[in-house]
Design a binder for this molecule. Structure first.
Ligand code: GGG
Length: 356
């Protein structure tokens, strides 16, 4: 059998995204050279805030055709101090997630070696969650506008769009995810007491889809109550699904509770596989530490392991995760985790550990 080869689009973009993607590519190339069970080639794309300043746009017009030639994308982070966040986010990341229908954003959360759970009463074993974020519609539908500018009655609307097809596909994805895990537990997060249209549709579709998964035990929570449950009863949760905005917020809380956002990975998946999925750390561009060489590469390396799993290299992904965890267990940690290691030294240590 010929050795499989994967072509990956690399979009480091901004700030520490550039540093952690470079470190991750070094690790993945080393993994491929060591294992010799697959080949991988990264093609670099310069899209980000510097490109925007030169070209007046974050992405070229043919970006979707370009990216569809690749098996997957590895993304860094978006955001620059001199560009409003809504311009950079909508110009780059959201301009890819929506049109490519990367509707399932999967964010596993568990304490990683070198981190400690943040709530005094929690044990590390209490947190082992998979957060499933609806990634294509809802509060991020981009609908709304401003009128009566600079008048006392100036008005802004931000319209959340929820479709039956959009809710049903993420709900099925979440039930499948819950079914694949040992505890087969799913919590559906909404806000259907005050949001009486879209959120009620979420509740109705959750009940309909649940009928097809009698082996999955599920419940539903209002998002406000969910924040309390994540802190005081973390062991009662396993797989969690919710809207784009709710899960954006809850996944930051989850990462902080488990230890650090510096180790939190994410996968933006098109489960139909018509478009290349995008793998990226949950964290942003962190320009306060950009250029210092101390950004934590763990979240991006873990995201790249999920990318390998997605393209069909589960065994290589396991090898990488074992090496990554061992490096952190041995105390090779960046300053956000209380260590003195650099981005580069963590990557070098993971490369060495892969050879063990
Ligand atoms: N690597 C992820 C990243 O750059 N995130 C920037 C951000 O602000 N994302 C918001 C979102 O995912 O909704």
């Amino acid at each position: 059998m010929p050795t499989p080869k994967y072509n990956i689009a690399s979009i480091p973009a901004d700030g520490i995204g550039i540093e952690v993607v470079a470190a991750t590519i070094k690790v993945i190339e080393h993994l491929a050279q060591t294992l010799k069970t697959f080949e991988i080639e990264f093609t670099h794309f310069p899209w980000g805030s510097d490109y925007y300043k030169k070209e007046g746009r974050y992405l070229p017009d043919d970006v979707l055709d370009v990216l569809r030639k690749y098996d997957a994308c590895l993304f860094g982070a978006v955001g620059a101090p001199d560009i409003p966040d809504h311009i950079s986010l909508w110009g780059l990341l959201l301009a890819l997630r929506g049109p490519m229908q990367l509707y399932a954003n999967v964010r596993p959360v568990r304490p990683f070696p070198g981190t400690r759970v943040r709530f005094a009463e929690s044990k590390p074993s209490d947190i082992d969650w998979v957060l499933v974020r609806e990634n294509s519609e809802g509060e991020y539908a981009g609908q709304g506008g401003r009128s009566h500018l600079n008048q006392p009655w100036e008005t802004a609307t931000e319209v959340a769009i929820f479709t039956r097809i959009g809710i049903e596909r993420i709900m099925r994805f979440a039930f499948e995810t819950a079914r694949s895990r040992p505890r087969k537990l799913l919590t559906v997060v909404t806000k259907s007491n005050s949001m009486r249209n879209g959120m009620v549709l979420w509740d109705e579709i959750a009940r309909e889809v649940a009928a097809d998964y009698p082996d999955v035990q599920w419940d539903k929570m209002l998002v406000d109550a969910m924040t309390v449950r994540m802190v005081v009863k973390p062991e009662s949760l396993d797989t969690i699904v919710g809207t784009n905005l709710h899960m954006d917020i809850l996944s930051d809380l989850a990462a902080a509770l488990a230890g650090s956002i510096g180790v939190a990975p994410s996968s933006n998946l098109d489960p139909t596989r018509k478009n290349p999925s995008i793998f990226e750390p949950v964290h942003g561009s962190a320009f306060d530490i950009t250029g210092k060489g101390i950004a934590n590469p763990v979240a991006t390396i873990w995201s790249a392991a999920e990318m390998l799993r997605w393209v069909g290299e589960a065994s290589a992904a396991d090898t990488l995760m074992t090496a990554l965890e061992e490096v952190c267990r041995k105390g090779v940690l960046t300053p956000d985790l209380g260590g003195t290691a650099t981005t580069e030294s963590v990557a070098t240590a993971v490369c060495k550990e892969i050879e063990v």
